[in-house]
Design a protein around this ligand. Structure first.
Ligand SMILES: Cc1ncc(COP(=O)(O)O)c(C=O)c1O
Length: 421
């Protein structure tokens, strides 16, 4: 945050722009450039000069894997083409097979669900905590059946799941714990990075994540056999180890290899992760401090022992206090000039037609058709999405952005409260 900016003042007697007042935001939000140019170009040049872009022949992918593993305190890392591919590799490597159930979160991206369905697995949705929006460990425990094989813990918008509880549940029930860290680069839980708690931690490098190489993914694991299978899972099952006597695939895998070009960019992105996360933390903690006593909204709760990395900042409105819902609130914030959307996603994933209509494939019977999906499965998650207002976060946001954002939110909340009385 740049500290020299003038603090915002409420020049208009707290009247929000929606009621004819002056917008709280007076200057555009600060933005940190995504790519550093010279250093990325240098790595890209070196990648091209190798005269190969194939991961097993060049040096960029293997260096990225080494540095990512070191940063996460794990022994092994496997790079791949996307976050979806990382989750898929984790499912393949840990043996997810047709009919196996995977307990996971209802507020997430399809990238977490696609791999389960492609493996013939059955997604089972457990409800979330109303304040942190991450998986409720009680709900996970209740969702276990004799067919449960794995828990896919989604660390939503940079906030960790309760990993001590989830690990205990998985250990007691013989389940595989996989972490989806696509939205949680840099998030720490009890002093250890997310991604290092489960059998496999899966990360996305798509354009919209904390760090990016356009498209890309990474898997972290501490287990040598899982690492071997992760590599095979991303490379059509071909054994490339020179010492191997047999190269032919032994199980079904896909081609989700990362190229040297993606790794060249990702290597530079890794370097900027730590600084970026600390700037996001400072800004979001500052916002929570400024909003903590604002009536009519609830600020996001940090999971105990978690130091979140704030991909989005999601607050909830309390319609009974404001006399208005999330849509009207977000609309008024936008009129204040704030970067605000009604939601990060509009529906729980199980409300999508691919689930409600069991339409994953055109013909045949997939094991998930035995389960009913649709509204009502996870009432807390649905209530969260109905009342959520999401603020996108950028590491380049300034102190002035913080003051003006807090001012706009407080003004709108007060105006709605007064109107509703
Ligand atoms: C929670 C979660 N899992 C998986 C993915 C999939 O990542 P990718 O878009 O890189 O395939 C995303 C991407 O948005 C995500 O948010």
């Amino acid at each position: 945050m740049s500290m020299g900016d003038e603090p915002a003042v409420d020049r208009n007697g707290e009247l929000p722009a929606a009621a004819g007042g002056t917008p709280a935001k007076t200057v555009p939000y600060g933005r940190e450039p995504k790519y550093r140019m010279e250093s990325e170009l240098q790595h890209l040049r070196e990648a091209l000069e190798q005269d190969t872009l194939f991961y097993a022949h060049g040096e960029k992918v293997s260096r990225l894997e080494r540095e990512f593993a070191k940063m996460h305190g794990v022994r092994f890392a496997v790079a791949c083409s996307s976050g979806t591919a990382a989750v898929h590799a984790a499912m393949i490597a840990t043996g997810l097979s047709p009919g196996d159930e995977v307990i996971t979160a209802p507020i997430t991206d399809m990238g977490a669900l696609i791999p389960i369905l492609f493996q013939g697995g059955v997604p089972v949705f457990a409800d979330v905590d109303p304040r942190s929006y991450t998986l409720s460990s009680e709900a996970v425990e209740q969702a276990i059946t004799s067919r449960t094989r794995a828990v896919l813990a989604v660390h939503l918008v940079g906030n960790a799941c309760d990993m001590h509880a989830l690990r205990g549940i998985c250990d007691r029930n013989g389940l595989v714990l996989i972490e989806d860290c696509a939205q949680a680069w840099g998030c720490m839980y009890d002093g250890k990075p997310v991604g290092a708690w489960g059998r496999v931690g899966c990360f996305s490098l798509n354009e919209f994540k904390h760090i990016s190489c356009g498209e890309g993914g990474l898997c972290a694991t501490d287990d040598a056999e899982t690492a071997r299978r992760l590599r095979l899972a991303t490379d059509k099952g071909y054994e490339r180890d020179a010492a191997a006597t047999e190269r032919a695939p032994r199980f079904l895998a896909t081609n989700s290899r990362m190229t040297e070009l993606q790794a060249a960019v990702a290597l530079v992105q890794l370097e900027k992760l730590e600084g970026q996360i600390s700037r996001r933390r400072r800004w979001c903690m500052g916002l929570s401090e400024k909003l903590q006593s604002t009536e009519g909204i609830t600020i996001p709760a940090t999971v105990p022992k978690c130091d979140p990395s704030w991909w989005f900042y999601i607050l909830r409105v309390v319609p009974e206090v404001l006399g208005a819902g999330a849509g009207a609130f977000a609309d008024a914030l936008q009129q204040e000039g704030l970067a605000a959307a009604q939601d990060y996603v509009r529906q729980c994933v199980y409300e999508y037609p691919v689930f409600t209509g069991h339409s994953a494939f055109s013909r045949g019977t997939h094991p998930y058709t035995a389960r009913d999906y649709g509204k009502g499965l996870c009432p807390t998650a649905e209530a969260v999405l109905d009342t959520a207002v999401a603020l996108p976060i950028n590491a380049g946001y300034t102190e002035r952005d913080l003051d003006e954002t807090a001012l706009g939110i407080r003004k709108v909340a007060k105006w709605l409260r007064d109107k509703s009385q």
